[in-house]
Design a protein around this ligand. Structure first.
Ligand code: G4P
Length: 525
């Protein structure tokens, strides 16, 4: 196979959903179709159960599982599919944001009864920012749920994206009979079963009177009526607006019952994008380029507290990656060689000799890398698009063991490089503030500092509403702002100015009073 063909056949994507919509179940069924696993139940949910927010065993278990399931690659009909796993718990949403920078497309799972939920909305914002193509899978059609037209309206309104159904349900819940596939024109009849694959019946024209024989008169009439409405309301499906991130094709099914999943996968591999050009500060990098380049989007620390080793996950953006070849660590301006890079096939991790754009390779590391680092075959390329978002919860971190100040600082530094949370240094007091997306991250930090660095920390409350990065074209005004707001100023890890607003009102006033200052809620602007 040529280099170009290897790139064209790759599909690297993530499944996102609000917890419990069915992401784990769908992932598992996709792996079953890909032959990557052979029995249902093999994919362990990497979610920390809601009841176990403070159960450390659960967190450790989760970390163990999440290495194995970080990337799941498999071959399907000449395509190489790479599923990037995202943490199920919303306190780790920042991790999911970063994983989304490494995918070329996304499948969103929505619960037919619950519709669009909070976490879906948040993750979709990131997809929209990056213009990531998305496909929507409406799950749990075997249960009572919303009317499909209402659901599509809700998706359009709540996720700010146009939709186009590519399959259409015949009833829902107890009376669910199956779907009509508008992409390949066939009728898929539903029989609840967790193992078998449904046969589909080719049905080019739903006006064919045979339809009645399969689903009965009333449902056939309803389906025809719905089809007419769909053709009238929604634009015809073409790949371009989907690839541009403007339209989301929609499928209906039941992951648990293995229904609608194969149809989804078949359509997905055909229409989803192969690795796309990636934006770097210097230029646009095309996957077909000969020179190798990639960036680190995730770092996974080893669970063995005696060895400070970790795995850095690199997304290959261009060229071919080869084992035992010297590559440049751009930030350190240093050559590195990897003798045991790993690739992820199904749930196995194995040493690979080569990998292509779209693939994810795990590099054993002892602290050389941080999130966002690039490695290349020589060129100085800095990839964009790994922003930090303004955290939602803040606490002062204090040293609880005076003998271990050095360990604490080192631990905080490394955990922040790993992207566990963000640290801001208050200008006024010099105190360090940790910002997270959820409470659980504070617990994880405290636990890991103790177990991996032997350092003890204590949290102290701080009342903060938002941290925003500030800039201005007018240096004098920026200085003036920083002077006037001295007690609210901090710097982030990179030394950028951050304004810590303790209330929405303070932020609003600052924005009003300082029109020449721009306030950013993510670190990349
Ligand atoms: P998540 O990763 O998005 O959090 O969701 P997950 O797949 O774990 O699914 C959440 C629950 O919904 C699970 O039930 C799962 O069995 C169920 N589920 C998934 N797909 C379907 C479907 O198509 N129909 C129906 N009726 N249920 C579905 P659970 O009881 O929470 O877990 P478990 O004990 O079954 O593992």
């Amino acid at each position: 196979m040529t280099f170009q063909e290897e790139i064209k056949r790759r599909r690297t994507f993530a499944i996102i959903s609000h917890p419990d919509a069915g992401k784990t179940t769908l992932t598992e069924k996709l792996l079953l179709f890909g032959g990557a696993i052979h029995v249902a139940g093999a994919v362990k949910s990497n979610k920390i159960k809601k009841t176990a927010t403070s159960d450390w065993m659960e967190i450790e278990k989760q970390r163990g599982i999440s290495v194995a399931t970080s990337v799941m690659g498999f071959e399907y009909c000449d395509y190489k599919v790479n599923i990037l796993d995202t943490p199920g718990h919303q306190d780790f949403a920042e991790d999911t944001f970063r994983t989304l920078t490494a995918v070329d497309s996304v499948i969103i799972v929505i619960d037919a009864a619950k519709g669009v939920e909070a976490q879906t909305r948040k993750l979709m914002e990131v997809c929209r920012m990056r213009k990531t193509p998305v496909i929507v899978f409406v799950n749990k059609m075997d249960r009572e749920g919303k009317d499909p037209f209402d659901l599509l309206d809700e998706v359009e309104a709540e996720l700010s994206i146009k939709v186009r159904p590519l399959s259409w349900p015949i009833n829902i819940g107890q009376r669910f009979k199956g779907v009509y596939n508008l992409f390949e024109h066939h009728l898929d009849l539903y029989t609840p079963s967790k193992q078998t694959i449904t046969e589909s019946i080719a049905f080019d024209d739903i006006n064919n009177p045979e339809l009645e024989n399969y689903i009965g008169e009333a449902d056939a009439a309803k389906l025809r009526e719905d089809m007419e409405l769909i053709e009238g309301v929604y634009p015809e499906f073409t790949p371009e607006p989907y690839l541009a991130g403007d339209i989301a094709p929609v499928f209906f099914g039941s992951a648990l019952n293995n229904f609608g999943v194969k149809e989804l996968l078949d359509c997905f591999v055909k229409i989803a994008p192969s690795p796309r050009p990636v934006y770097a500060i210097e230029r646009v990098v095309n996957p077909e380029e000969e020179g190798f380049s990639g960036f680190i989007f995730k770092i996974h620390a080893n669970m063995d507290p005696n060895h400070r080793s970790c795995i850095a996950f690199v997304k290959i953006c261009s060229g071919k990656f080869e084992r035992n070849v010297n590559y440049k660590h751009v930030r350190h301006n240093k050559l590195l060689r990897f003798s045991s890079p790993t690739a992820f096939m199904a749930q196995k991790k194995e040493v690979v000799d080569e990998a292509f754009p779209g693939d994810i390779v795990g590099l054993p590391d002892t602290g050389n890398f941080k999130i966002g680092d690039s490695i290349t075959s020589g060129e100085n390329i800095h990839f964009k698009g790994l922003p930090s978002f303004s955290p939602e919860m803040f606490k002062y971190i204090e040293n609880a063991d005076p003998m271990k100040a050095k360990q604490l600082n080192k631990g905080v530094d490394q955990l922040m490089d790993e992207g566990v949370a963000q640290v801001f240094t208050h200008q006024n007091s010099g105190r360090k503030i940790i910002g997270t997306v959820g409470q659980l991250q504070f617990e994880v930090i405290q636990y890991r500092l103790l177990h991996e660095y032997g350092a003890q920390c204590r949290w102290e409350p701080i009342s903060l509403y938002k941290a925003c990065w500030i800039e201005s074209d007018d240096p004098a005004e920026l200085e003036n702002f920083k002077k006037r707001k001295f007690q609210y100023m901090a710097v982030d890890k990179e030394g950028r100015d951050v304004f810590l607003a303790d209330s929405g009102y303070i932020l609003q006033m600052a924005q009003q009073d300082f029109q020449k200052i721009r306030f950013h809620f993510s670190s990349e602007f």
